[in-house]
Design a protein around this ligand. Structure first.
Ligand code: NDP
Ligand code: 8X3
Length: 250
């Protein structure tokens, strides 16, 4: 029987590429995001390969997360793989200058959102005695950089939550994979810099950045590992990147 994966943040970047990669190996998909037009477009594109359904919710809204996941028909609740990918950085600056709304968006989305989605899905996996959760962290969760303290804190929390989930859930047959990418060229910087395209483009200039498909490939490897193998942690950098803020540009 085909596996089912639920992907949060499937409307763009890493989540979209992961959905495409999973569809490529016949994994049925529950695509989640806040932009229904994009969900519909991606669902229509992938429906030629696999069964696809969509859920519209903001991961920060715990009532909506639990209601939408709870509303899935029974056969869609047999979720084998959860890709906790939804998230973003909002703004970049010192704590003194920082906008509290940006902090809320990062902590509520990247940390509490991941928890709300996991809380809705872990019981379904426990009932079946199997499952695989892939949490998208970041190099920013392993290293703190100047003007990024809150985003880095949110991703450090993801690192710790991956460890906590592994401690709690391994005994129940649930695998946990933590994926920490470096600079990936997606809509990430456009969101961080609030639509400033020139500033966002600059982040990826002068070197070959990672592409979303590179991260999707790694996720596919992790979810296709044999039953007795858990890929616990993956840090993935562009070849020109040696640390969070050290990138060799031409
Ligand atoms: P994108 O901006 O391209 O994609 C972000 C995705 O997350 C979108 O699909 C967006 O969907 C969704 N999302 C964001 N906030 C919410 C929310 N509150 N509720 C529901 N969905 C939300 O960026 P990436 O693909 O790069 O980012 C994906 C993940 O990868 C993030 O967790 C990010 O922190 C992480 N990451 C990114 C790196 C990079 O350099 N790009 C490096 C390391 C980690 P919609 O707007 O439709 O809701
Ligand atoms: C995104 C990568 O280095 O911009 O998580 O924080 S970085």
């Amino acid at each position: 029987m085909s596996r089912i994966a639920l992907v949060t943040g499937a409307t763009s970047g890493i989540g979209k590429a992961t959905a495409e990669a999973l569809a490529g190996v016949g994994i049925n998909l529950i695509l989640c995001g806040r932009r229904q037009d994009r969900l519909d477009e991606i669902a229509a594109q992938l429906a030629a390969k696999v069964e696809v359904t969509t859920l519209l919710f903001d991961v920060r809204d715990k009532g909506s997360v639990s209601a939408m996941i709870g509303s899935l028909p029974d056969h869609w609740k047999n979720i084998d793989i959860l890709i906790n990918n939804a998230g973003n950085a909002h703004g970049m600056g010192t704590l003194e200058e920082g906008d509290v709304e940006d902090w809320d968006a990062m902590i509520d989305g990247n940390v509490k959102g991941l928890l709300y989605v996991s809380k809705a899905i872990i019981p379904l996996m426990l009932e079946r005695g199997k499952g695989h959760i892939v949490n998208i962290s970041s190099i920013a969760g392993k290293e703190t950089y100047v003007n990024g303290a809150v985003y880095c804190a949110s991703k450090a929390a993801v690192e710790v939550l991956s460890q906590g989930m592994r401690l709690e859930l391994t005994q129940h047959g649930i695998k946990i994979t933590n994926v920490a990418p470096g600079a990936v060229e997606t809509e990430f910087s456009l969101v961080r810099f609030k639509g400033d395209e020139a500033r966002a483009d600059k982040v990826y200039q002068g070197f070959d950045p990672l592409q979303a498909v590179d991260i999707a490939d790694a996720i596919l490897y992790a979810v296709n590992a044999p039953a007795h193998v858990t890929i616990a942690d993956l840090t993935i950098l562009a070849s020109a990147q040696s640390a969070a803020t050290t990138i060799y540009r031409k």
